[in-house]
Design a binder for this molecule. Structure first.
Ligand SMILES: Cc1cc2nc3c(=O)[nH]c(=O)nc-3n(C[C@H](O)[C@H](O)[C@H](O)COP(=O)(O)OP(=O)(O)OC[C@H]3O[C@@H](n4cnc5c(N)ncnc54)[C@H](O)[C@@H]3O)c2cc1C
Length: 330
């Protein structure tokens, strides 16, 4: 099949997101499109284990990596780095026409089905399948009026900042993400590309007061309670500003309709505390490619089933535990 990708941004381009992903999710997706070596060339360490600190304790439990798949490791690559290398690789694939700086502004319709898009220059692009992979505020979802199948009220806020000079637990190797659960707050460290570490914190909604809590003092005062991480955070060099992921409802929309499908956040957006969004987007893309190529004339229901199959368990876990992370302890 030939694929036309319309992307409104130019790369490199950052997006509001931490970027931990798993072997059996986006790491596999990168391997499939031949971009895994480039991702590793950025210096992002193979995350072959993980460290979990409970109740602010200074010593971690050491666990295997989450959903390691065949490759056996997870990764964390900053989006500015990752999105650019994925875009380059996809643009080089046979049958792909990748156009950046090109915004879709409207749908084409024929006989009650979506038949392509119009871009901001007025050019029309016809296609038997139009995929809305245009993120949480998806225009495609709005234009097709995709039904909302689930909506769960926002429960949390996430803060994150980059640091240089991160060191592993006890001065050991940097070979895993670190998670520290203290009450209803979870702190994360994702060792990432080019020697950076992404330090994040998710707090319940009551801490969000229109961004006033998003000061370095607030972020650092909460992290101070995570004793397994704090001495190393204090010793590391902060890079740039603190980012805030504001509270957002978790939503599942109808997966597909005549001539259209939604992939990634466009169709399923979940609170980022579990960091499942990028893996889910990759799995949904695989699922859609499989059903469309196996029967190009009749794939809607098959995609809806396949999409839910690779999405619902993790989505349900995410939204069920989100109001109080102590629930993850059973
Ligand atoms: C604070 C925070 C932390 C997170 N942490 C993690 C994490 O650690 N791990 C993880 O897996 N996930 C995480 N996520 C979730 C993750 O960011 C998303 O699930 C993921 O980016 C979804 O990918 P997507 O391709 O569906 O959408 P996006 O990444 O939003 O991409 C959509 C693309 O569509 C383009 N676009 C939009 N409209 C148009 C248009 N009209 N025409 C052309 N192009 C258009 C945009 O420019 C963009 O490039 C986090 C999210 C947040 C907010």
């Amino acid at each position: 099949m030939s694929v036309l990708v319309l992307e409104s941004s130019h790369f490199p381009s950052d997006t509001l997101s931490t970027h931990f992903f798993r072997g059996d999710g986006l790491v596999r997706g990168l391997a499939e499109i031949g971009a895994l070596e480039q991702a590793l060339d950025t210096g992002a360490p193979r995350l072959t284990r993980e460290y979990f600190y409970l109740g602010g304790q200074p010593e971690p439990d050491v666990n295997p990596p989450q959903e390691p798949g065949e490759v056996g490791f997870c990764l964390s690559v900053r989006r500015e780095t990752l999105d650019a290398l994925v875009a380059d690789r996809v643009a080089a694939l046979p049958g792909v026409d990748f156009r950046t700086g090109t915004k879709a502004v409207d749908l084409l319709r024929q006989d009650g089905a979506v038949a392509g898009v119009r871009d901001a220059t007025g050019q029309v692009h016809t296609a038997p399948v139009t995929v809305g992979a245009d993120g949480r505020r998806s225009s495609v979802a709005r234009w097709v009026d995709a039904g909302v199948e689930q909506c769960h009220s926002a429960a949390r806020v996430m803060y994150y900042r980059y640091f240089a000079g991160w060191t592993g637990p006890d001065g050991g190797p940097i070979d895993g993400p670190e998670f520290s659960l203290n009450g209803n707050e979870l702190a994360y460290v994702f060792p990432s590309d080019r020697g950076t570490a992404c330090v994040a914190l998710t707090v319940p909604l009551e801490h969000d007061n229109e961004g006033a809590a998003a000061t370095p003092e607030f972020f650092l005062s909460r992290l101070e309670e995570h004793r397994g991480l704090w001495p190393r955070i204090e010793a590391a060099e902060p890079l740039g500003k603190i980012f805030i992921g504001p509270p957002q409802d978790s939503v599942i929309r109808q997966a597909a309709g005549p001539g259209w499908a939604l992939v990634g956040d466009a169709g399923t957006y979940q609170d980022p505390w579990t960091g499942f969004g990028m893996d889910t987007a990759a799995r949904q893309a695989e699922a859609l490619a499989e059903v469309v190529t196996s029967d190009p004339s009749d794939w809607n229901d098959a995609y809806a089933t396949a999409r839910d199959g690779v999405t619902l368990d993790r989505f349900t876990m995410t939204v069920t535990i989100a109001p109080d992370l102590r629930r993850m302890l059973g």
